[in-house]
Design a protein around this ligand. Structure first.
Ligand SMILES: Cc1ncc(COP(=O)(O)O)c(C=O)c1O
Length: 611
């Protein structure tokens, strides 16, 4: 087969001298390769190896052709053809692995002949490459528990350090196959049909992901405009670290309300208050948490993004509480309505069981990674385009140097958890609506939950969250209906709260299969000042309920009995003012059936699946 100039590049890619070779044919590349490894091309072994190498170079040329054909045609193939094409290519993977296996079996003999028995073999360890080949076929991602990786040759590793050879992992602090697998998984789940446009980096915690994005964007004396209700840790990071004079002296402003109008008013005010900073060229960044911690209220993220982008501002959105199931903020058709950076604490509902801590930042490909030395043209925030340089991507600017990566064991744990996300979330939404609406019938309990009809955030919840389902997080407070403060003393409240085990878990965190409760003022939001707590709608008797997958009536029954024990002595008849048992059964049944009805109706019809 003649070498065309266009596919010689594909062949050269496989050369150990890919960066320096001047070979102009596959034959010349093969000869050069043998000489590189000090093998005489005229020898018997040299001839044998040359034949295999020639096929391999040719195969890579054909593979690149296949790659291009796939990209060009996949969209126009019907489902039948896509099934056939997928399975044919999948089988090719097995054939290639079989080639590798066949190559390696005798290599083990070479290995055994080279490794010195005493004083060497045990220290060198097993040569994992031989046995890792079949791991490609593990039906779950392999936990790649290693700090380092074998590399092919000096020119390939040179490329790897430039971000131009992604076959070569270098060091697990930078990339690790299990973590990469999770990154691809979350992008598929989060962005769905737009997954090809997005990229993710995993971190050791949600806070590390938040910090990475802030560290990437926010500079000295810049300004952050944040939604009011955010996780206490994020509040503290923004105010106490970024805001500290000795650190970046960032000005942090908070806006109330849920919509674009609230945001625009706050932005206008901010421009006046910080006119001096803006005159010095400081930037404004927008930080959103939706649905928010602790009340579960949702923001109009698409409208706020649009308004921020019109104003030329980038938006970071912590979407942890909603998960991609309820709050898929990257799936908007119009890119102006999507946040520029999306964050999840995997620790919560994505893992689901509370067995690990981890986090992720997701953004468009070009914002996350470019090979060293390259540039890309990206959409400008307020329209038009702008050029960015590789050093401005999150990978090189932050991830590569800071070391807050996610290791393989944890990545595996997250992947495992995410597989049951939809099932868990559906039940949680049902339980949330049941609990919130049942508790709201008690006259002395104020329920902050958008699942309660008439709640200030209810109509936005209908529009903004998948199927209008509520996020499984809300707060209650023991307050008189006239707003004149707590209906019970703080001592009685503490006695009540401490009786909530074992039906409720007295635990921090959220997004677990079991329902957990805490008092934000003392725990998740304890970093906030008294004034900030009041502004965030958190009182000393506020309880945050992070709903799990249990039967909500079992939780309500315990709640009622705990009230009998701790509240009736100070507020006679308190426990009698809950909704009647029959009413709660009817409420649960109605919400359960209606939610499943909505869910099943939202699934594609059979005729659509056949297309
Ligand atoms: C909304 C939200 N974002 C981020 C975080 C931080 O995540 P992690 O605990 O994984 O650092 C939390 C923790 O509670 C949270 O509730």
């Amino acid at each position: 087969m003649a070498d065309h100039a266009s596919d010689l590049g594909a062949a050269r890619e496989l050369s150990p001298l890919r960066k320096t070779t001047s070979a102009t044919s596959v034959d010349a590349l093969v000869r050069e390769q043998l000489l590189h490894f000090s093998l005489d091309p005229a020898s018997e072994l040299g001839r044998e190896l040359a034949e295999v190498a020639t096929h391999v170079y040719r195969a890579n040329q054909a593979m690149h052709g296949l790659w291009e054909a796939t990209l060009a045609r996949i969209a126009s193939l019907d489902r039948r053809d896509r099934i056939a094409f997928w399975n044919a290519k999948r089988f090719l993977c097995f054939q290639l692995a079989k080639l590798l296996d066949t190559l390696q079996n005798p290599m083990r003999k070479s290995w055994q002949s080279l490794v010195v028995d005493r004083g060497h073999a045990a220290q060198r360890g097993p040569y994992a490459l031989f046995d890792n080949v079949t791991a490609i076929f593990s039906s779950t991602p392999v936990i790649t528990r290693t700090a380092t990786y074998l590399y092919a040759c000096t020119e390939w590793i040179d490329d790897a350090f430039q971000g131009k050879e992604l076959l070569h992992e270098i060091y697990s602090r930078l990339m690790n196959p299990t973590s990469t697998c999770l990154a691809n998984f979350i992008v598929d789940v989060e962005a769905g049909p737009l997954a090809g446009e997005y990229f993710a980096w995993n971190f050791n915690s949600g806070m590390a992901a938040i910090d990475a994005v802030l560290a990437h964007l926010v500079g000295y004396r810049d300004i952050v405009l944040s939604s009011r209700n955010v996780y206490g840790g994020a509040h503290q990071l923004l105010s106490d670290w970024y805001g500290k004079r000795g650190n970046l002296d960032v000005a942090v402003e908070w806006f109330d309300g849920f919509g674009a109008r609230d945001f625009e008013l706050a932005l206008a005010q901010l421009r006046v208050v910080h006119a001096d900073r803006l005159a010095q060229g400081r930037q404004i960044y927008v930080y959103l948490e939706s649905p928010c911690n602790p009340h579960g209220y949702v923001l109009d993220v698409p409208a706020i993004c649009r308004a921020a982008h019109v104003a030329g501002l980038e938006v970071i959105c912590d979407s942890t509480v909603g998960t991609p199931f309820l709050h898929p903020v990257l799936r908007r058709e119009d890119p102006a309505e999507r946040p520029d950076f999306v964050i999840h604490s995997y620790t919560k509902d994505l893992v689901g069981s509370g067995t690990t801590t981890a986090g992720v930042a997701i953004a468009r490909n070009e914002r996350m990674f470019l090979a060293k030395g390259s540039r890309a043209t990206i959409a400008g925030v307020a329209g038009g385009t702008r050029e960015i340089d590789w050093s401005e991507t999150l990978f090189w600017n932050v991830y590569y140097v800071k070391g807050a990566f996610l290791d393989a064991d944890k990545a595996f744990e997250v992947i495992n958890g995410m597989r049951t996300l939809e099932l868990r979330m559906l039940q949680k939404c049902i339980s949330t609506a049941t609990l919130a609406r049942a508790l709201a019938r008690h006259p002395e309990i104020r329920v902050n939950c958008n699942a309660v009809p008439g709640n200030e955030n209810a109509s936005l919840r209908e529009r903004a969250l998948y199927l209008g389902l509520p996020a499984p997080l809300f707060t209650i407070a023991f307050e008189r209906p006239d707003g004149s403060g707590s209906a019970i003393s703080i001592e009685a409240f503490k006695r009540f709260f401490d009786c909530l085990e074992p039906a409720f878990g007295l635990q921090v965190s959220l997004g677990q299969v079991n329902t957990v409760v805490l008092c934000p003022a003392q725990t998740s939001h304890s970093e906030l000042s008294g004034e900030a707590l009041r502004a965030a709608g958190i009182s000393p008797t506020t309880i945050r309920i992070a709903v799990g997958d249990e039967d909500p009536r079992a939780l309500l029954a315990h709640f009622q009995r705990a009230a009998e024990l701790a509240l009736d002595p100070v507020s006679p008849g308190f426990s009698k003012r809950f909704a009647a048992p029959d009413e709660i059964d009817a409420l649960y049944r109605a919400i359960y059936l209606e939610t499943h009805e909505r869910y099943v109706r939202a699934q594609p019809a059979m005729a659509e699946l056949l297309r």
